[in-house]
Design a protein around this ligand. Structure first.
Ligand SMILES: *[C@@H]1O[C@H](CO)[C@@H](O)[C@H](O)[C@H]1NC(C)=O
Ligand SMILES: *[C@@H]1O[C@H](CO)[C@@H](O)[C@H](O)[C@H]1NC(C)=O
Ligand SMILES: *[C@@H]1O[C@H](CO)[C@@H](O)[C@H](O)[C@H]1NC(C)=O
Ligand SMILES: *[C@@H]1O[C@H](CO)[C@@H](O)[C@H](O)[C@H]1NC(C)=O
Ligand SMILES: *[C@@H]1O[C@H](CO)[C@@H](O)[C@H](O)[C@H]1NC(C)=O
Length: 491
């Protein structure tokens, strides 16, 4: 039988070759299926530093040249912007051809906006070190045990020969996202009355993103006392589970999860054994008691619960986004969408959810007393600056923004007699010690919201109030400092 099959396959292949049939389509099909398409050709490459003629654009696998950092230190990064969020499954690296310049070890971080990055960690929680090259030519491939879902991949060389030189390829495929937003008074109810669950194993997978430290994420309780409660508590993910013994088993994983970066969660249970992970960091647990089946016969709640119940320790719904939530093989958010569209929503009920992931809402801050202020950290050493905010007040006098440069001097935006004014002091010789700008005739302390944007670059300062920009051109230079004060003592 086996022989026949092999023979038949062989004949088919031959005939398609002899007839000159283009079989690249089939090859393509398998690539797509395996999620193994090269991604770098359609990406944007950048780097922290590079030698002339060896910029980041040269960092392509099998390229004639390579990216070479001009500095040889631990702060060098090659950043690959994939253009959109991808499912990245593998990486391949080379050094510079015919040379002793190559990277032996590197770290990877990834993100979805180019500003915030999460580090790729190993199962033990430590930052994973990837094995690189041992000469300039040979390709070294690494597979990600758990694929990276991200738009930006950042490679940070940690050990190298001669110089930091790299050529890279990433492999993967498009990422299809089914996303849902919960605002703290939202929830999805999956009705179990028709199809109760009595399972000895299940796997729950999803990604989430939040800027709120606590909230109920997945909850279900059966009439026999079994429950499963997955919740965010003080920045960590907590799983409380009881299979009917009356004793709760708690597993907790992750830290600082309210950073508004996507986190990948997997909970997999086989009888009393549980594997629970966030961003590949794994905890293993054994459920207490004699029982091994989870009996749920009422409802599963996602993103919130109607009331506080057994197993929950936070009395707050989840606020944030959940993506690609799978209960076993069921893509819940997708099924929910389809169910609603085909007019069969009876299994699901959703309250206040959105099929999207909006950026977190702007948080208004009230400064109750004169002298209250917010202190923000910013990028230090830049030669441009951009601050935007909205304010409203009835006060005639008050500081709005105060920023000390890394170089000598500062910029200050404030209200004086209700008018928006700017003080600028820089080191430049031909600038008077202090410049005072008073460009707007009207008063802004009318209790309404006003938009304010301050942008600065070498020799230029633009202040826009209510989208009316006024540009000041003077000779000056500055480098940004590390802190920004919003409001505060008027000095
Ligand atoms: C990413 O690709 C891998 C390999 O094909 C696949 O197993 C996985 O489900 C994909 N992940 C997502 C979130 O699409
Ligand atoms: C969570 O959301 C549900 C649905 O809107 C609501 O009934 C419940 O009161 C909320 N819980 C909390 C603690 O706000
Ligand atoms: C999940 O899959 C396992 C294994 O196929 C099965 O035994 C279990 O009943 C399923 N659980 C649910 C909740 O559907
Ligand atoms: C959540 O959204 C609903 C519907 O848009 C709204 O009525 C409710 O006030 C929102 N809750 C919060 C906490 O923002
Ligand atoms: C400054 O930031 C605002 C808000 O992000 C943006 O709309 C604006 O284009 C930026 N301006 C400059 C000059 O970068």
């Amino acid at each position: 039988m086996m022989r026949d099959f092999v023979y038949y396959f062989f004949v088919l292949l031959c005939s398609s070759l002899t007839e000159g049939v283009d079989y690249t389509d089939t090859a393509r099909y398998y690539y797509d299926y395996e999620c193994n398409e090269p991604l770098v050709a359609s990406s944007k490459l950048s780097a922290t530093s590079s030698l002339r003629e060896r910029g980041a654009d040269n960092a392509k696998l099998y390229g004639l040249n390579a990216w070479t950092a001009s500095e040889s230190d631990f702060d060098q990064y090659l950043v690959i912007d994939l253009g959109s969020v991808k499912n990245v499954t593998r990486i391949a690296t080379q050094g510079r051809a015919h040379s002793q310049e190559f990277v032996q070890e590197y770290r990877i971080s990834y993100g979805s906006n180019g500003l915030d990055y999460a580090r790729y960690k190993a199962a033990g929680g430590e930052v994973k070190m990837f094995e690189g090259n041992h000469d300039g030519n040979t390709v070294k491939k690494n597979e990600f045990e758990v694929p990276i879902i991200a738009q930006y991949i950042r490679i940070n060389p940690m050990r190298w020969r001669d110089k930091i030189s790299m050529r890279v390829e990433l492999y993967g495929c498009d990422y299809v996202a089914d996303t849902m937003f919960f605002n703290g008074s939202s929830l999805v109810k999956v009705d179990l009355l028709r199809d109760p669950i009595s399972a000895s194993r299940e796997t729950i997978r999803f990604r989430f993103k939040t800027s709120t430290a606590s909230g109920a994420m997945i909850y279900s309780r059966g009439t026999q006392g079994d429950y499963m409660a997955m919740q965010l508590r003080d920045n960590r993910l907590l799983l409380n589970i009881d299979l009917g013994s009356g004793t709760s088993t708690s597993l907790s994983v992750g830290s600082l999860l309210d950073d508004n970066i996507w986190h990948d969660v997997v909970m997999s249970r086989n009888r009393r054994d549980v594997v629970f992970s966030v961003d590949r960091v794994v905890v293993l647990g054994k459920i207490k008691g004699e029982f091994s089946r989870l009996n749920l016969n009422r409802a599963i709640y996602i993103g919130g619960v109607p009331n506080f119940q057994d197993g929950l320790v936070v009395n707050q719904n989840f606020t944030g986004c959940v993506e690609n939530l799978y209960l076993n093989a069921t893509n819940v958010i997708q099924e929910l969408k389809l169910g609603y569209e085909s007019g069969e929503p009876f299994k699901y009920q959703r309250v206040n959810t959105l099929y999207a992931c909006p950026e977190p809402p702007i948080v208004p801050i009230t400064f109750l007393k004169e002298g209250s202020y917010a202190k923000l950290r910013g990028y230090s050493g830049g030669n441009t600056l951009n601050i935007s905010m909205e304010f409203r007040t009835y006060e005639k006098h008050g500081l709005l923004i105060h920023h000390e440069f890394k170089t000598q001097g500062y910029v200050k935006v404030y209200l004086e007699e209700g008018r928006v004014k700017v003080d600028l002091q820089t080191t430049s010789a031909d600038l008077a010690p202090k410049v005072k700008l008073d460009n707007y005739a009207e008063e802004f302390n009318d209790g309404r919201w006003h938009a304010l944007m301050l942008t600065m670059a070498t020799d230029s300062l633009v202040l826009a109030v209510d989208n009316r920009p006024v540009k000041t051109t003077k000779k000056f230079r500055f480098l940004t400092g590390s802190t920004y004060y919003i409001a505060g003592e008027f000095v």
